[in-house]
Write a protein that binds this ligand. Sequence first.
Ligand SMILES: N[C@@H](CCC[C@H](N)C(=O)O)C(=O)O
Length: 311
Amino acid sequence: MTDSSSAAILTSLSGTVFSKGHGTGNDFVLIADPDGKQEIGPEAVAVLCDRHQGIGADGLIRAVHSKHLAEGRDLLAMAPEAEWFMDYRNGDGSLSEMCGNGVRVFVHFLIEQGLVTLSEGQSLTIGTRAGLKIITRSKDGYAVDMGPWEFIFPDQAVAKAMDSLVNAEGLEVPRPALSISMGNPHTVVALAELDELAATKLFESPEVDPLPANGTNVEFVVPAEPLVHDGAGHITMRVHERGVGETQSCGTGACASAVAIRYWAGAGAPNEWQVQVPGGTVYVSFLPGSDGKEHVQLSGPAVLVASGIIA
Ligand SMILES: N[C@@H](CCC[C@H](N)C(=O)O)C(=O)O
């Protein structure tokens, strides 16, 4: 994009109030647009998320009443209480179905803006492009019912416990991987050592073969040795996010990583997981859902650091 087109975009957004927040270092620009009057297109998102010439963030979240978006109206027909919709875009402007860290920060933003009231222990249902999500406020943050997980390539995953090969600079040979949908796509690679994780270079997109139809987020994960202590599985993760690059954390990626490592660990693997990411720790639990399916719950903090006005 040229300097003049970036400047024109910033001028068109002049006066817009924004907040900046993060969940374990996965950072977002947040804009309240309850009446759906300020659609922010892909180019504008890329300009605002630029870390040198914009505000800088991994993604942009617009808080909009569900009734103003087609996807939101479909969800309202099922759940009239889902008043708010998380309109999420990656830092490059592309849409993603879901953002796990973003959901927590979104709800925290709604509360801090006085747009919803939510006490500790209470839950809120919101709309996302991956469907309805229920968020419960806790003492330390928020727990999100992310719904059921799915294999992206179920036949290969079940037959061979892997479905693709992933390569990245720093790895000597391509590694077997498992592709998991958390509403958005993930490909999880297990590495044996923390040194190997540190040596993996994530400036460029990892090569994934076969690549899921809409691209993928790639998680590199080292299981702790021993894997389980204090009743929970422990893993360390780095991620290369679709539409962003390497980030400090990815909530849906942490869920997909726990799914894959638990699957590989086999019978007796725990239902509670702690996922260490460069920006902190998030927690993943597997719980029975009211629909009879296994649901994934993601818990972690949400922080708002600043607010401002686009000049
Ligand atoms: N960081 C997010 C995931 C954001 C979307 C992802 N980059 C994609 O394109 O699917 C999270 O916390 O889940």
